[in-house]
Design a protein around this ligand. Sequence first.
Ligand SMILES: NC(=O)c1ccc[n+]([C@@H]2O[C@H](COP(=O)([O-])OP(=O)(O)OC[C@H]3O[C@@H](n4cnc5c(N)ncnc54)[C@H](OP(=O)(O)O)[C@@H]3O)[C@@H](O)[C@H]2O)c1
Length: 325
Amino acid sequence: MHAITISEPGGPENLQWTEVPDPSPGAGEVLIDVAASAVNRADLLQRQGHYPPPPGASDVLGLECSGTVAELGEGVEGWQVGDEVCALLAGGGYAEKVVVPAVQLLPVPGEVELISAAGLPEVACTVWSNVVMHAGLGEGDVLLCHGGAGGIGTHAIQVGKALGATVAVTAGSAERLERCRQLGADLTINYREQDFVEELKKETGGADVILDNMGAKYLGRNVDALATNGRLVVIGFQGGVKGELNLGKLGAKRGSVAVTTLRARPVEDKGRIVADVRERLWPLIENGSVRPVIDQVIPMAEAANGHRALEEGGVFGKVVLTAKS
Ligand SMILES: NC(=O)c1ccc[n+]([C@@H]2O[C@H](COP(=O)([O-])OP(=O)(O)OC[C@H]3O[C@@H](n4cnc5c(N)ncnc54)[C@H](OP(=O)(O)O)[C@@H]3O)[C@@H](O)[C@H]2O)c1
């Protein structure tokens, strides 16, 4: 089969569409004929040599895919050869075939096209596990999502609205904020021109849940933006990893801070998240309340251009890579 391999750590030009051996499914695993994968920010770090795959994972890039079940490993139940699926992967998605534990499979929901479904598993599992399973967002709560125009943000806006929350987002331009508003965001804040703490407090009083992609750079201001009993969940470090946390301020609000990653979790843990996503989030996609937001679809062999697009900025939602031309 063909897959994107990395000639050496570095720029997008080091991504190459090459011939590699086909994977084969072990016990509890499924072989997928990949229709499409999608680009994640973590892929850019892995390409640069800063984010090695966890032990046992494929060293081919790609944290998600859609496709057709081609072969079942020993003991797999509940799936058939020919089923159209999408999957959360620890790696290996930028390829014509990939092997994945069966517990990380999801059916392609309702009206969603097979190619578009490639952009769902990573955002769905990340947003759901953090905002709902961990932080318990519910009706009437205020959700602040930083980077509202990104892959995670465009999904989080829709999930927040579907659950009856008030959703505030930050983004870097008026045009991107307007698109967030069209997706359902109630309060839009330009992080280049406005103070998000001030705006959020003025309009809502404070956030019950914050989904943060910036890490250290926003730590202090995120604590300031929390409401009483607020939950800050940090999932990205685009603003660095070392910050100062004022425990007095956090304690006065009886607030909490969590920092999580999805990729490094054990298979059982991912299986638990995928099962909850299937049970509680998939119906919201089936009924059209939450849709995949795809900025562009390009051939997987040109994955380098997808990486360049994310690095340059301006992508709204996801970049999808199709395995078959
Ligand atoms: N922990 C996990 O398990 C996990 C899983 C998936 C993703 N992530 C992380 O979550 C983050 C978002 O992922 P993604 O797929 O949505 O990436 P993405 O599509 O590349 O979006 C990144 C976003 O960051 C925003 N941004 C840049 N500077 C900002 C600032 N100063 N304030 C607020 N927002 C800013 C950008 O906004 P503008 O374009 O509007 O400037 C852009 O929308 C990434 O850091 C990713 O690594 C973590």
